[in-house]
Design a protein around this ligand. Structure first.
Ligand code: NI
Length: 173
């Protein structure tokens, strides 16, 4: 397993869509392991393949609270079947280091996906898991949390991220 580099906004690769996974090869299984390791190391509650420049319909989430046993879930070729209600949660994103934004999403989602063995499953989620699923699902379609903000917050976050890029570009080493 290996920790992979997470792309940061405004990297244009974050705007690409993941391709459907046709076959779960050994290489893809290694990618899933790398994604889990990268997510835990960050640490984060979710990571999409497109965030590390691997353009597949694939994400991992683990919404277990601190001190709870891990609850790693793998979603391959996910489809959101239905949504219900509205919820606003404070969200972060590993591609927007340091940013926290309140984002309105569906309160409940019903999702269909394949697990790491390729078996299809359906899941109804609410709370943090529902938010994480929608956030990561967006990534697979090139949609980022900044797109879900109003015009003013969007501009502020964009500027903040550009400043951060400049700062890391001019940092020694
Ligand atoms: Ni994200």
């Amino acid at each position: 397993m290996a920790i992979r580099t997470i792309l940061h906004y405004p990297d244009p690769r974050l705007r690409e869509r993941g391709k459907k996974v046709a076959e779960l090869t050994a290489e893809l299984r290694r990618l899933i392991d790398d994604m889990a390791e990268t997510m835990y190391a960050a640490p984060g509650v979710g990571l999409a393949a497109t965030q590390i420049g691997e353009m597949w319909q694939l994400f991992v989430v683990d919404c277990a609270a601190e001190g709870e046993a891990s609850d790693l879930r793998v979603f391959i070729n996910p489809e959101i079947l239905s949504t219900e209600g509205v919820a606003t949660l404070d969200e972060g994103c590993l591609s927007f280091p340091g940013a926290r934004e309140e984002i309105e999403r569906a309160a409940k989602v019903r999702v269909k996906a394949q697990d790491r063995d390729g078996r299809w499953f359906e899941l109804e989620a609410e709370g943090l898991l529902a938010t994480a699923i929608q956030h990561e699902y967006d990534h697979l379609h090139g949609v980022l949390m900044i797109d879900r903000l109003g015009p003013l917050k969007k501009r502020l976050l964009h500027r903040k991220m550009l400043k951060r890029c400049d700062a890391s570009a001019s940092a020694p080493g």
